[in-house]
Design a protein around this ligand. Structure first.
Ligand SMILES: [Zn+2]
Length: 97
């Protein structure tokens, strides 16, 4: 599973609120609004992809969606080349630069 990092995605959300909503609805995906992401993050997520079917990185995805499940964030989308669905876990790190 491909893993990538974004330094500022959490700044776009009230994450504790989302986390508490999650605990009320166990194992249910909490979709976030992809359009609410900053342009930089949107382009990063769309372009920095890994397709298990093409077995190739950075092909890009279409119809990107972000959701939270089991307290982790995932990016879901369809491969631009083969059209198959792919899901990537988003690992968030805090950088102070
Ligand atoms: Zn593909």
């Amino acid at each position: 599973m491909a893993v990538f990092r974004s330094s500022n995605i959490l700044a776009n959300y009230n994450f504790p609120l989302i986390a508490s909503l999650y605990t009320m609805e166990a194992m249910k995906k909490q979709y976030l609004n992809f359009d609410d992401l900053e342009q930089f993050d949107q382009e990063f997520f769309i372009n920095d992809s890994w397709c298990n079917h093409c077995y190739e990185a950075d092909l890009g995805i279409i119809e990107p969606k972000i959701y939270i499940l089991d307290e982790k964030q995932y990016l879901e989308g369809n491969c631009k080349v083969c059209g198959k669905k792919q899901t990537t876990e988003i690992v968030v790190t805090y950088l102070n630069d």
